[in-house]
Design a protein around this ligand. Structure first.
Ligand SMILES: [Zn+2]
Length: 86
């Protein structure tokens, strides 16, 4: 009995959709999967990374960082409650 490879083709992890098995191996010898990100970029990563939270080619992290810089996180603050008390 050989080591079975879990087929991830067609599965979605956040923005990444697994297209097919890559010929590449990472430094640990893990198999790599070719994924297509919603932004149009291709990203090759291992199952371990996909299952541990890799959700985009990297664009998601960039966007999140940009949003925080723009101050969009202020929306979550409840200023109304504070003003009532005053
Ligand atoms: Zn992307």
């Amino acid at each position: 009995m050989g080591k079975q490879i879990k087929n991830l083709v067609g599965k979605r992890f956040g923005r990444l959709k697994v297209i097919n098995l890559s010929d590449q191996r990472n430094k640990f010898g893990h198999i790599m999967w070719n994924c297509l990100c919603d932004c149009g970029n291709y990203h090759t990563t291992s199952r371990t990374h996909l299952e541990n939270g890799t959700k985009s080619c990297g664009c998601l992290a960039l966007e999140t960082r940009r949003k925080i810089k723009h101050g969009d996180n202020r929306v979550n603050k409840r200023t109304r409650e504070n003003s009532k008390r005053d």
